[in-house]
Design a protein around this ligand. Structure first.
Ligand SMILES: Nc1nc2c(ncn2[C@@H]2O[C@H](COP(=O)(O)OP(=O)(O)OP(=O)(O)O)[C@@H](O)[C@H]2O)c(=O)[nH]1
Length: 584
């Protein structure tokens, strides 16, 4: 498998493993995120119901104070009336929010029915209170007062089933939040029961009547509930939360105010057997209202803190999910970069180096494109450069060898004295005469030339002069012979001209030209020595009688012999079918 493919497979495997692990962790966070979203929604809904209940409970306090005040109370009455109006407003807001939340449920759903009944009861309670407030306190009967108060308590009680249903549902849907909801409910119930006791004491205190046994019983029952709930309420509401400082201080404050002040006050009022309570209903309600409000506030802060914590958990989970996604993406990009880098810095340089080596192998020594700059790739390029240099050297050596062998070949075929082709060259062209006879082309013609009386020149003037004469003879022959015909020094003072495509007549004319060129002007050896030189010529051409090189050579040699014999400085052509003969 190619390196690139291996890298891709490796990267895909790595990515798959990373994606698997990330997916597993991501799934965990996604589940936690979904759970925290659900919990948050559940807790927020539960908070809405409790808020509505608390608002209804809280609304009773200013109503009760107002019912126990004389309209002549002036600013106190007016400010309490404003407080009651505000409290009603808050209750309506809370109930509206609750109704809005329940709007998703079908119109005839039990929850919406319960809420609607509670609102109707509340409206009745408010009407009863408003009607009572139309009359001066002295003209109100205790019964009417108790009825109005009971209606308000009943309205709040109508909401209990809804709170109970939400509590049950949410404990089921978000069991992790059960403790928080339970604590919130305890605080809400404490506030409600405290408020109810307040309401129950309002009539006896307003009318300065003794607490009748049935009222006593109800208040004792409520008091008992409060004690029970008090026991369930821990010292620290959420010890796991280190930031819960303000909650804990509020909790301590509630312990001090509600349990340490309001309840003992109630107990002391309950303990009085007569009708002298030592305080008015308005004073009593005004004293207990802040403590009840503190309870309410504690519940509100507590559940709000829980909601904030859940929102934080939800955000943390979402952040973790995003981080995992970002890490995975970053890992994917990293792998992509690694692959690209491998492609740029390893694979491409390798492939280019491979191509360069192939080019070198095919003799292409030109510089090829390269890539990569790592130490390893540079080392590879240096190795290729070394190979190129070796290749270049051996090619140069081969060229030199070739040129040398050509020069040697040329030398072997050239006569050193005259510069003409030598006999060996002629034999290469005509074929080894000792071997099988080579078929001769009829186009071929041969002129053999022999310098006349050369020995006497040597003898009289020395070999050096003889050499100069031979050179001049060769030079004059060369000047007369043009391609495709070729001139040779055949040996000693003998020369040859090999022709192609000449008729016997043209051959003889050429030989005659050469003869004149030699014999025409005297040879100037030096200023004081001028020599007249002649040569004899034997001419032969391929035809029906002469059909091998040996035949041609013999025929030309015989003709030359005859030219010598006939007196030299002449040419004799070999006998032909037509037997034409020229003589000079
Ligand atoms: N200077 C010189 N002399 C050479 C060379 N090669 C052969 N000779 C001489 O050429 C002479 C040839 O003499 P011969 O064969 O008798 O011919 P000739 O004297 O020309 O007589 P004919 O051919 O019969 O006219 C010899 O003396 C050789 O020594 C050479 O390269 N240089």
């Amino acid at each position: 498998m190619q390196l690139q493919a291996q890298l891709r497979v490796g990267a895909t495997l790595l990515l798959a493993v990373a994606a698997g692990i990330s997916g597993y962790v991501f799934q965990g966070y996604a589940n936690a995120y979904r759970q925290s979203t659900r919990d948050l929604q559940t807790l927020a809904s539960y908070n809405l119901v409790l808020k509505a209940g608390n608002a209804m409970s809280a609304e009773r306090s200013p109503s009760n104070i107002l019912l126990s005040l004389d309209q002549d109370a002036g600013p106190v009455y007016a400010s309490t009336a404003i407080q009651m109006a505000d409290a009603r407003h808050r209750t309506d807001d809370a109930l509206d929010q609750l109704e809005h939340m329940l709007a998703a449920q079908p119109p005839a759903s039990p929850d919406r029915d319960k809420l609607s009944r509670a609102r109707k009861s509340l409206a009745k309670g408010r009407t009863a209170i408003d009607q009572l407030l139309q009359h001066a306190p002295a003209t109100r009967s205790s019964q009417d007062l108790q009825d109005a108060i009971n209606k308000m308590v009943l309205a709040r009680k109508q909401l209990d089933p809804l709170i109970g249903d939400f509590f049950a549902d949410t404990v089921q849907d978000a069991p992790d939040q059960a403790r928080i909801m339970q604590m919130a409910r305890i605080l809400s119930d404490l506030r409600e029961y405290g408020g109810r006791i307040d309401s129950m004491l309002l009539v006896p205190l307003s009318a300065s009547e003794p607490i009748d046994p049935s009222r006593h019983l109800v208040i004792d029952l409520l008091r008992g509930h409060i004690d029970e709930l008090h026991r369930l309420l821990p010292e620290r509401l959420d010890p796991s939360d280190r930031r819960a400082g303000s909650i804990d201080s509020m909790r301590a404050q509630v312990e001090h105010d509600f349990f340490g002040h309001t309840l003992p006050l109630i107990d002391s009022l309950m303990a009085r057997s007569g009708s002298d309570y030592g305080m008015s209903a308005a004073a009593f309600t005004s004293q207990t209202m802040p403590d009840l409000m503190a309870l309410e506030k504690l519940e509100d802060q507590f559940i709000q803190r829980a909601i904030d914590q859940l929102a934080q958990v939800k955000n943390d989970n979402r952040r973790h999910m995003l981080m995992i996604g970002a890490y995975l993406l970053a890992f994917y990009l990293f792998l992509l970069v690694v692959l690209r880098a491998a492609q740029s810095f390893v694979i491409r340089p390798l492939l280019l180096a491979r191509q360069e080596i192939i080019n070198l192998a095919h003799g292409d020594l030109r510089p090829a494109p390269r890539a990569g700059n790592s130490a390893e790739v540079r080392a590879l390029h240096e190795a290729i450069d070394t190979l190129r240099r070796h290749h270049l050297n051996s090619m140069q050596l081969a060229i030199e060898r070739d040129e040398l062998s050509k020069a040697l070949r040329r030398q072997a075929h050239t006569d050193a004295l005259t510069g003409l082709l030598n006999r060996h060259a002629l034999e290469e062209i005509t074929g080894d005469l000792s071997a099988e006879p080579v078929r001769l082309s009829k186009d071929r013609g041969l002129i053999l030339i022999d310098v006349d009386y050369f020995k006497p020149i040597n003898d009289e003037h020395g070999h050096i002069v003889g050499d100069l004469v031979l050179r001049e003879v060769a030079s004059r022959i060369m000047r007369s012979v043009a391609a495709p015909h070729m001139a040779f020094r055949y040996g000693g003072e003998e020369f040859a001209i090999l022709t192609t495509g000449l008729s016997m007549k043209a051959l003889c004319l050429l030989a005659e030209d050469v003869r004149h060129a030699i014999a025409g002007d005297e040879f100037t050896v030096h200023n004081s020595l001028r020599l007249g030189v002649t040569a004899s010529f034997g001419v032969a051409k391929g035809d029906a009688l002469i059909f091998t090189w040996l035949d041609l050579l013999n025929a030309a040699d015989t003709a030359l012999y005859r030219a010598k014999a006939q007196g030299r400085n002449q040419l004799v052509s070999a006998p032909r079918v037509s037997d034409v003969q020229y003589s000079g």
